[in-house]
Design a protein around this ligand. Structure first.
Ligand SMILES: Cc1cc2nc3c(=O)[nH]c(=O)nc-3n(C[C@H](O)[C@H](O)[C@H](O)COP(=O)(O)OP(=O)(O)OC[C@H]3O[C@@H](n4cnc5c(N)ncnc54)[C@H](O)[C@@H]3O)c2cc1C
Length: 495
């Protein structure tokens, strides 16, 4: 019997498997397909996801294939409004990575130290008191796999979710359609190197993202009413893109071929855990790709789940810890779906809405850098259990991402935190060693003399996924102990 069976070797199943293996958990991963996919869907990895992947030891592998997004250009009804640069964030990966999903999957597959059982399809499962029995059909016929835990990373039509009878709550995202194409293009004035362009017009938007392999990923959302969904020809794509850009665009398809039109569902599974089975990635939630966050949030969900599951497998934490995965992620996913229509760079506006946006851009485009709140929103730094709207002058709180900073002693905060382990930071105060925890003493101020996480000396306990668990005084240190000390794990407070 293995510790964990993962169903589905898409990006989320692969990353979860990799993180669990790093924690010494035994994993079997089954995949219906016959080898890696060549489906380029997600094209960007946002800074929070990028820093998580980099901290998981994958920076070199991603650097070899990913480009960097340096900024954005904006055009409204064909008129150029200017360009804004990215890169002011505090983290180690302040610029988004441009990389298509099949390359992401290839990097993750290569880094994994267990073989994926391709051409193996989960058909049913049974839960017993101490194990899950998975019935799988492979090239040699039906077989069973036994595991302490089973994770459904098998996409939006998840067989695991259906086996559990868990509702996929939500609805079709009405009135929105997306056309995507990978193509080289003849422009009147091409976007600057490393910049993506947003075009806005009444009822439609266009995002043109430069691909590191050449050409662009064009993503065009438009409002639809009752028209049937049909797959586009190259001429259809040229017509739609040209009408949004207000210039005649000539396209030439580049590989991998991606010419598609899609409509979307916004749905979240009613629960992410049922006894010994959990859901992750698209099996847990899907939404329209406004902001390009589906795969990114799925990878962050795997990051949230991996350390908790590893701690439970090692009997260092009670099973109830896994319920916090459900609460935290369902909260994040529901917030994302609720805020999709606020992204007016991609979500189509009416003619009046475009005029209003254009007025707002007149002020914003006087800057050279993208406004900090927008860059923060794009970064996914606030896709955290306690994340909400970012307020620049407020220091981070419990449940939020530990910020990165160059400290007054020249060290960087994220360089001091061990991925996959608890870290206790004595910020401006001593932090005596604790069992199973990396302990560091760090200055209260960054290199510019500003408080970076707390204004007064405090102990800051950081979870293995880089989220602040608690901030407390040295005098209250005892309150921290049950949360993270393996020996006292059974006393853990409900999370
Ligand atoms: C048109 C489109 C555009 C998108 N654009 C973006 C974007 O720009 N940015 C972004 O972040 N996200 C984007 N997404 C979302 C992103 O592609 C998904 O969130 C991501 O693929 C989810 O990964 P996953 O591993 O959960 O699921 P999947 O990628 O669907 O992988 C699931 C795997 O499970 C396997 N499987 C299924 N059933 C079984 C079974 N019974 N037994 C064994 N294996 C099984 C499947 O073969 C598959 O390989 C887009 C999606 C679409 C459709």
């Amino acid at each position: 019997m293995v510790d964990v069976v993962i169903v589905g070797a898409g990006p989320i199943g692969l990353f979860l498997a990799l993180l669990l293996r790093r924690q010494g958990v035994s994993v079997t991963i089954v995949e219906t397909r016959d080898g890696p996919v060549f489906d380029p869907r997600a094209a960007v990895i946002w800074p929070r996801t990028a820093e998580v992947l980099a901290a998981s030891g994958l920076k070199g592998a991603f650097d070899a294939v990913a480009g960097r997004l340096s900024g954005v250009e904006l055009q409204v009804r064909g008129a150029r409004r200017g360009a804004l640069t990215l890169g002011r964030l505090d983290g180690p990966e302040p610029k988004p990575w441009i990389i298509e999903q099949h390359h992401t999957e290839a990097v993750l597959r290569k880094a994994l130290d267990v073989e994926v059982l391709d051409r193996h399809t989960l058909v049913s499962l049974e839960q017993q008191a101490d194990r899950v029995v998975a019935h799988v059909v492979g090239p040699a016929g039906p077989t069973t796999l036994e595991a302490k835990w089973l994770i459904g990373c098998d996409g939006s039509r998840s067989a695991v979710r259906k086996q559990l009878g868990i509702d996929f709550e939500g609805r079709a995202h009405a009135g929105l359609e997306c056309l995507q194409v990978n193509a080289a293009c003849t422009w009147r004035e091409p976007p600057r190197e490393g910049f993506c362009r947003f075009d806005l017009t009444a009822g439609a938007t266009l995002l043109s993202m430069p691909l590191p392999t050449g050409g662009y990923r064009f993503v065009s959302f438009r409002r639809v009413t009752t028209e049937p969904l049909t797959q586009p020809t190259l001429e259809d794509a040229e017509a739609q893109l040209s009408s949004v850009a207000h210039e005649p665009l000539k396209l030439e398809l580049v590989g991998p071929t991606w010419l598609t039109r899609a409509r979307f569902q916004d749905r979240v599974a009613a629960r992410l855990r049922q006894h010994r089975v959990l859901l992750c990635g698209d099996a847990a939630a899907v939404w329209a790709p406004i902001g390009g966050r589906g795969m990114n949030v799925g990878l962050l969900a795997a990051h949230n789940l991996a350390w908790k599951l590893a701690a439970v497998v090692r009997a260092e934490a009670p099973e109830a810890l896994l319920d916090s995965y459900d609460t935290e992620l369902r909260g994040v996913m529901t917030r994302i779906i609720a805020t999709l229509p606020l992204n007016r760079m991609e979500y189509p506006s009416s003619a009046f809405g475009v005029r209003l946006l254009d007025l707002a851009l007149l002020t914003a485009m006087k800057q050279t850098k993208i406004p900090a709140p927008i860059e923060r929103l794009l970064s996914l730094y606030d896709v955290a259990p306690g994340g909400g709207a970012w307020i620049p002058w407020r220091l981070p709180r419990e449940g939020e991402r530990l910020p990165d900073a160059e400290l007054s002693d020249g060290r960087r905060v994220h360089g001091l935190v061990d991925a996959g382990r608890w870290t206790l930071l004595g910020v401006g105060c001593p932090a005596s060693a604790a069992e199973g925890v990396s302990t560091r003493e760090v200055p209260l101020h960054d290199k510019d003399g500003r408080a970076w996480v707390t204004r007064k000396p405090r102990l800051v306990l950081v979870r293995p996924d880089g989220i602040i668990e608690s901030v407390t005084t040295s005098a209250n240190r005892a309150q921290l102990r049950p949360v993270f000390r393996p020996a006292l794990a059974s006393e853990s407070r409900p999370r």
